[in-house]
Design a protein around this ligand. Structure first.
Ligand SMILES: *[C@@H]1O[C@H](CO)[C@@H](O)[C@H](O)[C@H]1NC(C)=O
Length: 140
């Protein structure tokens, strides 16, 4: 809560990004985002569930994940979800516990704001902005 308040009062965070302010955001504790499922013989079982349910069906704009348990040998390509941008911050010790990730729909503009993150914490900060789209048939 304290951290959230610090970010909101920093003046560069939008508490309600986008013109309508109705971004849909969810959070889940993955307890391993990418690990071998002996039944389906796949590392992507949880990622596939996230993709089918949270992305395709419920169409969340932003999906925040804790306990990703990602290790350095797992690439961005391994954990990619179509039409979403992937951000991750693995636990620094490399043993494959902890860790956080955020997926942001590529209908939105997003960028990592590393300068707002807290050193030594599994803390990921992404700025998300709804796209402004316009068309004109006149010269400005
Ligand atoms: C699952 O991930 C592990 C560790 O990254 C890798 O060694 C293994 O080859 C992967 N298995 C499959 C079926 O992709």
């Amino acid at each position: 809560m304290m951290i959230f308040l610090l970010l909101v009062t920093s003046g560069t965070i939008h508490p309600n990004p986008g013109p309508s302010g109705d971004l849909s955001v969810c959070h889940l504790n993955a307890r391993s985002l990418y690990s071998f499922d002996t039944v389906l013989k796949s590392n992507r079982t949880k990622l596939d569930e996230i993709e089918f349910v949270l992305c395709n069906e419920l169409q969340y704009d932003v999906i925040c994940i804790s306990e990703t348990w990602l290790k350095p040998d797992i690439s961005f390509e391994d954990i990619k979800i179509d039409n979403y941008n992937t951000y991750r911050r693995d636990r620094a010790d490399g043993f494959g516990y902890g860790g956080v990730a955020i997926y942001v729909s590529d209908r939105l503009y997003s960028m990592r704001r590393q300068e707002l993150e807290i050193q030594g914490l599994e803390f990921l900060c992404i700025e998300v902005i709804s796209l402004l789209v316009f068309v004109t048939d006149r010269r400005m």
